[in-house]
Write a protein that binds this ligand. Structure first.
Ligand SMILES: Cc1ncc(COP(=O)(O)O)c(C=O)c1O
Length: 411
């Protein structure tokens, strides 16, 4: 029996094959917006295939009509991501937020309900708090990530149950298998939406290298590809993966109709990034664990949140739910509060002061004044995003250089 390819082999080879017309190992980027038909009959057949079929024309080299519907360079990236995620299908979109918005909006109707945790990426929280109610879709935000809290919030109109794990920026871990089991048990008892409930998971902080939510029972997993999947801080994109039937609906709704299409040159940059995802995550998560340990032992630090530390409240769960390590994101509070934190923030030299994450460069963020500033203060604090919390995205630099930078900045 042939061995199933490992993660790094899939990252390099899935979706990629030599260009059939030239033999080029690296396929040319297909920039075209439209594709030629052979005849009136061919045009009509292509349209029948797209509009009546799965929303894309199937194979990579022929059968494309218009790049908002499908494109060979974009499709190759989707094939690679589906392989890494262990998914039937993936759809890539113009940004992580397009993925979040699409994964919710494609499956709800007016009057439906969403359950989500309070500690979420702030723009996702704003989508649920401010945008969705305009279409009469409401959200109950639960204060913690316990399955019982989610269960209590389910109503007869709950269609989407949303999780972000590890959460941005608090690193809280949601028990995906327990959450999925609870939803399936509810459905069996007729609890929740008459059409069933979908567990949608934002796995951006973990990447498919560390966590595969579909294998744990999630219906859809999404990522901001802008982060570690890209890895080099030079492209914006999003991806949603899951059962083909769900992905097809999402593609039709969010990409073909709402137009959140990823451009082909960006797809090429992202494909290149994904090929080294495993190598980068191995280095960055190893360094993150070491830095988290040193920060925790340091009297200048009040608290460290990292799922790989035994002191993390969800460490035991992270050990079973995450694979090959715990990711490259650390959150910490500097002793001496916000002012001491701001002084350290100003003093780093190797680490960049910037938002975003998952880059080869280490990046330091102060969420309360930047990425989470749009959240109402009480929501922010209830979600664990305290005034003094700092978020460090660990890059692939040498661990001793990163430690020397932090040590000096904290001095
Ligand atoms: C967890 C998480 N989800 C989604 C997003 C949105 O991604 P994008 O910036 O690519 O739209 C981000 C961005 O920071 C994020 O951190």
């Amino acid at each position: 029996m042939q061995r199933a390819p490992g993660f790094d082999t899939l990252a390099v080879h899935a979706g990629d094959s030599p260009d059939p017309s030239t033999g080029a190992l690296e396929r040319p980027i297909v920039h075209a917006s439209a594709y030629a038909f052979e005849s009136a009959e061919d045009a009509a057949a292509q349209f029948r295939g797209v509009l009546g079929g799965d929303g894309r024309s199937g194979h990579i080299d022929r059968g494309h009509i218009y790049t908002r519907w499908s494109n060979p360079t974009v499709n190759a990236l989707e094939t690679k991501l589906a392989a890494l995620e262990g998914a039937e299908a993936s759809v890539v979109l113009a940004s992580g937020m397009a993925a979040v918005t699409g994964a919710i909006e494609a499956f709800v109707a007016s009057g439906d309900h969403v359950v989500a945790p309070r500690g979420l990426y702030a723009e996702t929280a704003r989508l649920l708090r401010e945008r969705m109610p305009r279409f009469a879709v409401t959200t109950t935000f639960v204060n913690d990530v316990h399955v019982e809290s989610y269960r209590r919030a389910i109503t007869p109109r709950t269609r989407i149950v949303y999780a972000e794990t590890p959460a941005n920026p608090t690193l809280a871990i949601t028990d995906l298998r327990a959450l999925a089991d609870m939803l399936r048990a509810c459905e069996a008892e007729g609890v929740g939406h008459p059409s069933g409930m979908l567990l949608v998971v934002d796995g951006t902080f973990a990447t498919p290298y560390h966590q595969r939510p579909l294998a744990l029972g999630a219906d859809l997993v999404l990522h901001s590809m802008t982060k570690a999947l890209c890895g080099h801080g030079d492209a914006i994109g999003g991806v949603v993966s899951g059962r083909a039937e769900l992905v097809t609906r999402l593609r039709a709704d969010a990409v073909r109709t709402a137009g959140a299409v990823l451009s082909p040159p960006t797809a090429m940059l992202l494909s290149r990034g994904v090929r080294t995802l495993g190598l980068r995550m191995k280095q960055a998560s190893g360094t993150a664990l070491e830095l988290a340990r040193r920060l925790e032992a340091d009297p200048r630090i009040a608290r460290v949140h990292y799922p790989g530390l035994a002191s993390h409240p969800h460490h035991a769960l992270a050990r079973t739910q995450m694979e090959r390590g715990f990711g490259a994101m650390i959150a910490f509070e500097v002793a001496g509060g916000l002012e001491a934190g701001a002084r350290a923030y100003d003093a780093v030299e190797v680490i960049a002061r910037a938002v975003s994450l998952g880059d080869v460069r280490s990046l330091l963020t102060h969420p309360a004044s930047t990425t989470s500033a749009s959240m109402p203060r009480e929501d922010r604090i209830a979600g664990g995003i305290t005034d003094g919390l700092m978020r460090l995205s660990v890059g692939i630099e040498d661990v001793e250089d990163l430690w020397a930078d932090l040590d000096r900045a904290l001095a």
